[in-house]
Design a binder for this molecule. Sequence first.
Ligand SMILES: [Zn+2]
Length: 126
Amino acid sequence: MGLYATLIDAKIKCPNCGQNIITDWQFNFGSVSQLPTYEIGDDIEWGAQSYGEPTSEILYAVAYPSSERLCSNCNIKNMLALVKIIDNKIKGLEFYKFSKWVKETILIGLDRKAKYYKETKYKEKV
Ligand SMILES: [Zn+2]
């Protein structure tokens, strides 16, 4: 997956049994060069190596669990989540789908249009 950002200690309900899962989630949006860590409520950082660009739009970054072991109750695996970002601020985490990997890195807008971003050099807008 290369460089990534991490949402740490984020809580999500197990989609299989309903138990709370707390783990770290890696995603590709905003700066990745310093492996930034975030909590819900933080603003997305931008830097030399970034995915996407700042937008006031609502978007969802596809997130991969940092731990193989997710739910201590039912042992589900290969679960992906979405980091919800509004106006460049992390608002929450929700279930996406059961999969090991998906091509898309971002879903944009309320209709969740899937987009794939490559890591690019971020240029400050003057
Ligand atoms: Zn479970």
